[in-house]
Design a protein around this ligand. Structure first.
Ligand code: HEC
Ligand code: HEC
Length: 599
């Protein structure tokens, strides 16, 4: 095993995390929580975002107060008691939730001081549960906005992109937390300090000794420090995560109590932009998911460690119903989030920060776009008002096959769910439907507000979504393997590039290559990181060719158009029905998969 994405000059070996079994610290922390009780009030210094020096806001049709609420709405993921997270220090004694450290991991901060929703002044996307839902102790979690809020920066001015691609290094953060927990377990002196800090941060003093002791004992019994079933054999780095595999591992491996069901995380993908998602006929990069938003968000929350009770953790046996399908997912909150996101509009180009648009050039780009791009990327409006997105077969688009191939091809022992020993990831819908129905019972949801059961597909391609606002979502392609739009429209692309900076390149549309201490290198010769496909070349034999070579003038015109693309000037067509998904009726396509993308 080796890691393919690394900090310059220093092997990023810590991205490889050993796989063991279900007794992860997370799990233990979760199970220990069951016995927790009331919280005393916690007040902690507020951390404001002060870098870069100035920030401008683009109107994306949601007011600031609603956005603020969205940034901190608990969807039901349950990581660790909030007071503990705030008190944790790393090996060197530094708080893992130190604002500066989090900023360096790519997290962004909200301006509003809010002792209720964000009592610890954490970055956007960190949540604290309502203690009524978690045995009296507020539990830290992650919400949508952690992964789906972006920012571009230019010469000292930051432009926040709500619903944009975040640049967080989530695996790096998780590793810090696990390292800190392991360091704590090893050292009695640290435990005394941690105890004091956690109580100061609000953890009930009359509970802390026994709760801590249980966790420390459990960690020690693991021997050799923290481990969990998320081995990143291709490091995700910033702005990426192999999210759907993580969900498969969590549900089939963790929640079913079958550790052998976990696969390496080796096809990391970008955090996609969230504007217009509710209208798309197919979601996720490979388009496996119809627009059943509650089901989608339940699946995602499970992947980010919502608490489940499918099996008894000690015996591995199925729990009786209804407990089996009860989870910590906050149904009312995910529905509120989803309704809120329906109002989110793509950001328009901030000319005052990034420079004016050359209208004549943009018009020429518009024509080129209609001629060369619209047949895949235009808005195809269905009678229902939804937008039918085309999923383009791998054979045609030729981009890295990992995400689509692993989803369709990897198998899991899901006998406990009655699905046999060779279940596919798309059969996750069985668990998700059961959990959703249970949520409706527990939340007393009226029948006419209930979403129908969802069926997942396993298409052999990637979706070509409408590109309004795409300028704001670098790097490009589903796996972030292309740094700029200019490179994406060219017939050669850099095989490796540094990334991590948010400094924007308004000429080529993308982030600049950053030289800072936190920059990483993306090496595209590695499976999972391939930057192939979507080629514009006159070499008609090249796999993944989708059009002729474009001149630099044409590329810059297309770029000018993409800067100006909006809901009024974007190509649109009415269509009577959805296009069929490629390979929708062919469950065996991964076995016959024979694309060998050119390097
Ligand atoms: C831990 C990070 C993380 C969190 C938290 C998260 N997402 Fe995502 N989300 C991702 C990643 C990564 C993908 C792409 C996965 C794929 O398709 O392979 C994704 C995909 C999506 C998509 C599909 C977009 C498209 O273009 O097809 C939607 C919609 C979405 N997320 C909405 C949400 C919502 C709403 C929440 C909160 C309820 C949420 N996400 C929480 C990381 C996250
Ligand atoms: C044959 C269909 C097809 C054509 C034609 C096409 N694209 Fe794409 N495009 C796709 C697909 C599919 C993806 C997603 C591929 C992936 O992520 O692996 C994509 C992705 C993109 C992305 C990256 C989106 C992101 O968020 O990362 C951009 C930008 C883009 N296309 C621009 C263009 C432009 C500009 C043209 C015309 C010059 C064009 N495309 C023509 C199918 C097409």
């Amino acid at each position: 095993m080796s890691s393919y994405l690394y900090h310059e000059g220093k092997a990023h070996a810590h991205q490889i995390i050993r796989r063991t079994n279900d007794r992860s610290p997370w799990r233990m922390l979760q199970s220990f929580l069951v016995s927790a009780i009331t919280l005393t009030a916690a007040t902690v210094a507020f951390a404001a975002d002060d870098a870069p020096t100035k920030r401008v806001t683009i109107d994306q049709s949601i007011d600031q107060a609603t956005l603020h609420r969205y940034h901190f709405t608990d969807q039901g993921t349950r990581l660790i008691p909030a007071a503990w997270l705030d008190a944790l220090v790393d090996e060197s004694g530094k708080r893992v939730m130190d604002p500066e450290a989090l900023r360096r991991l790519g997290f962004l901060f909200d301006d509003v001081k809010d002792d209720v929703r964000n009592p610890y002044g954490w970055p956007i996307g960190f949540t604290v549960s309502d203690p009524k839902t978690t045995g009296g102790i507020p539990i830290a979690g992650l919400s949508c906005a952690a992964c789906h809020t972006g920012q571009v920066e230019y010469k000292g001015t930051a432009v926040r992109i709500e619903g944009g691609q975040s640049m967080i290094d989530l695996a790096g953060w998780a590793e810090n937390i696990l390292g800190a927990i392991a360091a704590l377990a090893r050292d009695p002196a640290r435990i005394a300090q941690f105890r004091a800090d956690a109580v100061k941060a609000g953890y009930p003093a009359d509970r802390i000794d026994q709760d801590l002791e249980a966790v420390v004992e459990a960690i020690k019994s693991l021997g050799g420090g923290p481990s969990f079933y998320e081995i990143h054999t291709v490091a995700a780095g910033r702005g990426r995560y192999d999210a759907v595999q993580a969900i498969g591992n969590q549900v089939f491996g963790g929640d079913l109590g079958v550790p052998a069901n976990s696969y390496p995380l080796d096809a990391p993908v970008n955090y996609p932009q969230l504007w217009d998602i509710w209208r798309l006929s197919w979601l996720q990069f490979n388009g496996f998911l119809p627009p059943n938003s509650t089901s989608r968000n339940i699946g995602e929350a499970l992947g980010v460690r919502a608490q489940t009770h499918i099996v008894d953790r000690r015996t591995g046996e199925l729990n009786p119903e209804p407990l089996r399908w009860q989870t910590s997912v906050q149904l009312d909150n995910i529905i509120w989030i989803e309704n809120t996101l329906k109002n989110l509009k793509a950001p328009s180009w901030p000319a005052d920060v990034l420079g004016p648009i050359d209208q004549a050039k943009a018009e020429r780009g518009h024509e080129l776009f209609v001629a060369n791009c619209a047949h895949c990327h235009q808005i195809r409006e269905l009678p229902s008002g939804l937008w039918d997105v085309i999923v383009v077969p791998l054979r045609e688009v030729g981009t890295d096959p990992g995400q689509a191939l692993h989803w369709a091809g990897r198998t899991y022992d899901a006998s406990k769910l009655g699905l046999g020993k060779q279940a596919n990831a798309h059969q996750l819908n069985v668990a998700i439907n059961a959990i959703r129905r249970q949520l409706y019972v527990d939340y007393k949801t009226p029948a006419d507000e209930q979403e129908p059961d969802v069926h997942f597909a396993a298409p052999c391609g990637y979706k070509a979504r409408p590109l309004i606002g795409v300028w704001a979502t670098p790097p490009f392609l589903h796996n972030g393997s292309v740094r700029t739009v200019f490179d994406l429209l060219s017939d050669t692309r850099p095989g490796r590039f540094r990334f991590g900076s948010r400094e924007y390149d308004p000429v080529h549309l993308g982030y600049t290559e950053d030289d800072g201490p936190d920059s990483m290198v993306l090496e595209t010769s590695i499976a999972g990181n391939h930057n192939t496909g979507h080629w514009w070349t006159d070499d008609t034999k090249r796999p993944g060719r989708i059009g002729r070579k474009l001149t630099d003038d044409e590329k810059y015109a297309l770029i000018e158009y993409l800067k100006s693309a909006n809901y009024d000037n974007y190509p649109r067509n009415k269509v009577a029905k959805e296009q069929a998904l490629p390979c929708a009726n062919d469950k065996n396509w991964p076995k016959r998969f024979s694309i060998r993308p050119a390097k």
